[in-house]
Ligand binder design. Structure first.
Ligand code: NAD
Length: 308
C-alpha cells in the first residue's frame, strides 16, 4: 500500500512551481489531494494528477478570501472524508523598497501579508479541527532561507522587507502552532529553502524583473539556473518530513548543501539559530520554557496505513 494511502492533503498555490511538485508527489505517495490556486491552470494540474489515478479536488480562488478558504476546507473534508495534511505553499513576492510611494507601500503590505500570513493562519485554523477528529496530522508552512542563518548573498535584500516580514511571521505561526497542537498529535513545521527553480524565481531574471540585467526573456542563464534547487527534491524532503514526525522546526534547505532533514533540534537550539541570524553574539536563552523538554511527538496519524 502506498505510504499516504487513505490520507488527504491540501496544497495551496499548486498551479505551478513548488506547490505543483508537492501535490504531485503527495498524490504519488497515495494521498488524495485538494489543490487550489488563484490561477485557473490549477485545474489542468488536477486533471493530470487524476489521470495518474489519484483522487483530486481542484479549486480556483484567492487564498486571501475567508469565505473561499472556508468553503474549500469544507468541500475537501466532505469529498474525501477528512483532512490529514496541509501544505501552506501559496505566496507572493514583491519588490518593496522602503522609498516606495506611500499608497504602493500600503497596497503591497496588504497583498503580501494577506496571502503569505493571513491565509496561512486561516487555513491552519480551519483544518485543525478536521485533523483532531482524525487523531493527528501535519501542517507544513513553506518559508524561505531568509529566516535562517545566512549561507549566501542576496538573503533579506533591502527591497524585500515585506516578503521577509511575511516569512518571519511564519516562525510565530510554526512555533506556537506546534506547541498548541502537539497534544492533538498535529505537527507544525516549516520548509525554509533557498533558490529553487520555479516561475517565482525565474521571473526575477526576465524583462522588468529585479535581476533582468542578469537574464533574458527566458529568465536566468544556464550557469545561474544550475545553482537552483529542483522542486522535486524539495518535494522528496517534504515526504521525508512527514515520515519523520518532528514538530516545531524550520527545516533549512540551502542551495549547494545536502537537501536533508538534519538532526532534530530542541526549542532552545532553534531559538539560538534565529538569534545567530543577526550576526550578534549568541545569547543563552536558558532551558525551554516548560519543564518537560519538547521531545518530538509520536507520529501516529500520517505515515501508517489506515488499516494498521
Ligand atoms: N522558488 C524559490 O526560490 C523559493 C525560495 C524560498 C521560498 N519559496 C516559497 O515557496 C513557495 C512556492 O513558491 P514558488 O517558487 O513555487 O512560486 P510560484 O510563484 O511559482 O508559485 C506560487 C503559487 O501561489 C499562487 N498564488 C499566489 N497568490 C495566490 C492567491 N492569492 N491565492 C491562491 N494562490 C495564489 C500562484 O498563482 C502560484 O501558482 C512560496 O511560499 C515561496 O515563498 C520559493
Amino acid at each position: 500500500m502506498a505510504y499516504l494511502s487513505g490520507k488527504t492533503a491540501i496544497v495551496t498555490g499548486a498551479a505551478q512551481g513548488l506547490g505543483r511538485a508537492f501535490a504531485e508527489r503527495l498524490a504519488d505517495e497515495g494521498a488524495a489531494v485538494a489543490i487550489c490556486d488563484i490561477r485557473p491552470d490549477v485545474v489542468a494540474v488536477g486533471e493530470s494528477i487524476a489521470a495518474r489515478g489519484g483522487g483530486v479536488l481542484s479549486g480556483v480562488f484567492n487564498i486571501a478570501r475567508r469565505a473561499a478558504c472556508e468553503g474549500f476546507v469544507a468541500d475537501t473534508a466532505a469529498r474525501f472524508g477528512g483532512i490529514d495534511i496541509l501544505i501552506n505553499n501559496a505566496a507572493v513576492w514583491r519588490s518593496t523598497p522602503v522609498t516606495d510611494p506611500w499608497e504602493k507601500a500600503l497596497e503591497d503590505f496588504d497583498a503580501v501579508i494577506d496571502v503569505n500570513v493571513r491565509a496561512v493562519m486561516m487555513m491552519s485554523r480551519l483544518v485543525a479541527p478536521h485533523m483532531i477528529v482524525r487523531g493527528g496530522g501535519d501542517i507544513v508552512n513553506i518559508s524561505t532561507d531568509y529566516v535562517l542563518p545566512k549561507r549566501r548573498e542576496g538573503v533579506n535584500a533591502p527591497d524585500t522587507d515585506l516578503y521577509n516580514a511575511s516569512k518571519w511571521a511564519l516562525n510565530g505561526l510554526t512555533d506556537a502552532g506546534a506547541q498548541a497542537l502537539a497534544p492533538h498529535n498535529i505537527r507544525v513545521n516549516a520548509l525554509a529553502m533557498g533558490p529553487t527553480d520555479t516561475e517565482m524565481l525565474r521571473a526575477l531574471f526576465k524583462p522588468g524583473g529585479k535581476l533582468a540585467h542578469l537574464g533574458g526573456p527566458d529568465g536566468p542563464p544556464a550557469e545561474i539556473l544550475a545553482t537552483f534547487m529542483d522542486p522535486a527534491d524539495i518535494a522528496q524532503l517534504l515526504v521525508d518530513l512527514l515520515k519523520d514526525g518532528r514538530t516545531g522546526e524550520n527545516i533549512g534547505v540551502w542551495a549547494g548543501y545536502p537537501i536533508e532533514l538534519g538532526p532534530r533540534k530542541r526549542w532552545d537550539v532553534r531559538m539560538r539559530e534565529r538569534a545567530d541570524f543577526t550576526g550578534q553574539p549568541l545569547r543563552d536563552f536558558g532551558p525551554p520554557p516548560w519543564t518537560d523538554a519538547p521531545e518530538p511527538v509520536e507520529h501516529l496519524a500520517v505515515g501508517k496505513p489506515t488499516n494498521a
